[in-house]
Design a protein around this ligand. Structure first.
Ligand code: BES
Ligand code: MN
Ligand code: MN
Length: 465
């Protein structure tokens, strides 16, 4: 990495980071080797190992009160360093050590849990989402404590192991731990920048409803020659029902879905229009042959500021290799909705269920099961901590951040904001082409090590905010 003429952080710290880079990378790789997939029960032990690994690393860098909190779901890792004095602000750093499933495995160019450096990139599941991004801030604490023995602010880490599965344990825990987690701001690096040169601060995240739709037909699987044409095939019925969840204009048809959606103000539309992202960027980043979506909105608006309904998976009958002439007894789909302010995330499942019950033919039975729900997040930008975040980005990347809303969800973000009553700083260190949740997830290493410096600069800036 080029050393800038004016290091954005103290030269001794900068030198420390240069000398520690290889070791830090090798440690991150050790962590990434643990397949901590939260949603698959067979990885429960890996989740434990990943939590334990983080707790040991936190202890080694000099964080204190390191603890594995077991409050129902996967362990929450807590650690703090509270010696900056009672006048100094306290920064709560949030992240997640769980990862998405790695399938489809055959599309990875190197195995997902064998981290591989390719050019400037580190390829592995979790490299960017979110082990790499969280690790940058642990490394920032390490550098400061190793070189000066102290931090500019008090720091608390809270790192969960089920963000990719809905964050239920942490959402339940936060209200019961308001004092323990008390802070002045919450730093979350679990989003991305616009490019390696252009930092981005996110001021809105979409909420989420996720669940399963089941269509039941005959009492058991049937021979399609003996019954085909005489009973309604649940796979077909499921497709017919799912096809009615959107209209031709790309709008969701579920009654009530848009009732509480806050319309976009002219001011916000103008601001979103300034984000340098358009159909062309979308096609390049996604590889899709054409854009699609709700009529009357730009891609930036559709991704960040409008609610959606997606079919994430569907199955039924025979899906193995070969051929089997069968009418399955049931068919299922996994569906998720991205929600915007002020939609009620708890109301979406029942809404979908009512609509499906109304339009379902008498030939099948339909049911809906909710797995996760969390409201959308809106971050106020007129707080001094956002100024500190902007200055920290500027010092390290040489550019002021742009501000945008983001389509993804971080279920616990709103809980921090409302229950702890603190601003959240969504300072992503990833890149749009990191392949989150997809094969060949990667971390752009120059960004990662700049991210460590951003963490240091943020602590310094918060102390003078
Ligand atoms: N880091 C993402 C959220 C994200 C993705 C923010 C892309 C910005 C851009 C997070 O790990 C995530 O994937 N969240 C899930 C939450 C869900 C499982 C409840 C999501 O958004 O699908
Ligand atoms: Mn994430
Ligand atoms: Mn994710």
């Amino acid at each position: 990495m080029n050393r800038p003429d004016n290091p954005p952080i103290d030269p001794a710290l900068d030198a420390y980071l240069h000398s520690a880079e290889a070791q830090l990378l090798s440690e991150l790789c050790d962590w990434l080797r643990i397949p901590s997939v939260s949603t698959l029960p067979q990885h429960k032990e890996d989740i434990e190992r990943a939590a334990g690994w983080l707790a040991r690393k936190m202890t080694a860098v000099g964080l204190e009160n390191v603890e594995l909190i077991r409050s129902g779901g996967h362990p929450i890792v807590y650690a703090d360093w509270l010696h900056a004095g009672s006048d100094a602000p306290t920064l709560l750093v949030y992240g997640h050590y769980d990862v998405q499933p790695a399938d489809p495995l055959e599309q990875w160019t190197s195995p997902p849990f064998e981290p591989t450096v390719r050019g400037d990139d580190l390829v592995a599941r979790g490299a960017s989402d979110d082990k790499g991004q969280l690790f940058a801030h642990v490394a920032a604490v390490q550098a400061l404590l190793a070189t000066s023995g102290s931090l500019p602010v008090n720091v608390k880490f809270v790192v969960e192991g089920e963000e990719e599965d809905g964050s239920q344990a942490l959402m339940d825990y936060v209200p019961a731990a308001v004092e323990k987690l008390a802070a002045d701001a919450c730093l979350i690096s679990d989003t991305h920048m616009l490019s390696p040169q252009q930092p981005l601060i996110i001021y809105g995240l979409r909420g989420m409803w996720g669940g399963e739709i089941t269509v039941r037909g005959p009492a058991r699987d049937l021979h399609s020659g003996m019954f085909g044409g005489a009973v309604h095939n649940p796979n077909q019925a499921l497709c017919e029902l799912l096809a009615r969840l959107h209209d031709e204009e790309g709008r969701v048809t579920v009654p009530g879905f848009y009732d509480r959606v806050e319309p976009l103000s002219e001011q916000e539309r103008a601001a979103l229009a300034r984000v340098p992202y358009d159909d062309e960027t979308l096609l390049k980043e996604s590889g899709a042959p054409a854009a699609w979506g709700e009529a009357g909105f730009t891609v930036t608006e559709r991704i960040g500021a409008r609610p959606t309904l997606e079919i994430n998976g569907m199955w039924g009958g025979f899906t193995g290799e070969g051929f089997k002439t069968v009418i399955p007894a049931e068919a299922q789909a996994k569906v998720s909705c991205r929600l915007v302010p002020d939609q009620d995330s708890a109301a979406i499942g029942p809404m979908i269920e009512r609509f499906l019950a109304e339009i379902a033919p008498p030939t099948v039975e339909v049911s809906v099961r909710t797995r996760v729900h969390a409201p959308a997040t809106v971050v106020p930008l007129d707080v001094p901590e956002i100024g500190a975040a902007s200055r920290a980005f500027k010092r390290v990347f040489g550019a002021d951040p742009v501000f945008s809303r983001e389509g993804g969800s971080i279920p616990v973000a709103t809980v921090f904001q409302e229950t702890l009553d603190i601003p959240i700083l969504l300072m992503g260190l990833g890149l749009p082409d990191d392949n989150l949740h997809a094969p060949n997830e990667k971390l752009h290493l120059p960004n990662h090590f700049r991210g460590v410096r951003v963490g240091i600069a943020l602590m310094e800036e918060l102390n003078i905010a």
